[in-house]
Design a protein around this ligand. Structure first.
Ligand SMILES: C[S@@+](CC[C@H](N)C(=O)[O-])C[C@H]1O[C@@H](n2cnc3c(N)ncnc32)[C@H](O)[C@@H]1O
Length: 232
């Protein structure tokens, strides 16, 4: 018991001395874990139009091997599974509660479909290269630092097969009043809101060896989104 206490003491003092800053990912994980039960509301009010458009633009066909990155509470994931009943749809989220909720609902609604959803960090994917025909990612890049965006995009490129499609949804930056509100929200709770990156996306995606094929804007309840489709 006293050995344990000494160990605790040493760990605590080492961490204090070290002052290694807590990564934003740790806070993001905690905040999305806490909000996992109410998060579907945000999809209902702000994201569902963009999800629908993303699925249309993605070129995903039944029978493919599809990966969704950062599923959140699983609204887009359910769309993907529904469109891909003969294929395999894999998802993940940094928040274990989001991933568990997504998997539970999809297994209930589509028991015959081949699906998986686990807690994984988008910067380090546990999949072999060229494993997927299509990769989809909605509203994640806003939450990653610049270096982490590059790490994540390189991972998406690695796991996608040649000529496979990468569909990305970001918060649009084409609405001035919305941008001002978002900046304030982002400065108050960066781990939840992040910051807008939409205007830098084409350049970042190309820098990670994707070829940008198409993009479109959509707005729902005043919330702007942009859907990009790129190819490996
Ligand atoms: C704004 S929500 C979007 C959820 C969903 N994609 C949607 O369209 O509604 C962002 C999600 O990204 C997840 N996330 C944040 N950082 C992540 C990371 N490094 N790896 C995987 N998921 C991450 C959060 O846990 C959260 O569920």
């Amino acid at each position: 018991m006293s050995l344990l206490k000494n160990l605790d003491y040493e760990v605590v003092t080492t961490v204090k001395r070290d002052r290694l800053p807590q990564t934003i990912a740790a806070r993001t994980k905690r905040v999305y874990d806490i909000l996992s039960t109410v998060y579907p509301l945000s999809t209902y009010f702000f994201h569902s139009k963009a999800h629908k458009l993303a699925l249309q633009m993605s070129g995903i066909e039944d029978g493919m091997r599809v990966l969704e990155i950062a599923t959140g509470s699983g609204e887009m994931f359910r769309r993907l599974v529904k469109a891909n009943r003969a294929g395999e749809t894999v998802g993940f989220d940094l928040s274990p509660k989001m991933a568990a909720r997504t998997l539970k609902q999809v297994r209930r609604d589509f028991p015959a479909s081949r699906t998986q959803c686990h807690a994984v960090d988008a910067r380090y994917l546990p999949f072999a290269e060229h494993s997927f025909d299509a990769v989809v990612c909605c509203y994640l890049l806003e939450l990653l630092s610049q270096e982490d965006i590059v790490l994540a995009l390189q991972e998406f490129h690695r796991v996608l097969r040649p000529k496979g499609t990468f569909t990305l949804v970001c918060i649009g930056q084409n609405a001035g009043a919305f941008n001002r509100v978002y900046r304030v929200a982002g400065s108050l709770a960066p781990a939840f809101w992040g910051r807008q990156v939409d205007e830098r996306v084409p350049q970042m995606v190309r820098a990670c060896s994707f070829r940008m094929r198409d993009w479109r804007q959509v707005r729902q309840s005043g919330y702007p989104s942009r859907v990009f489709v790129a190819e490996k």
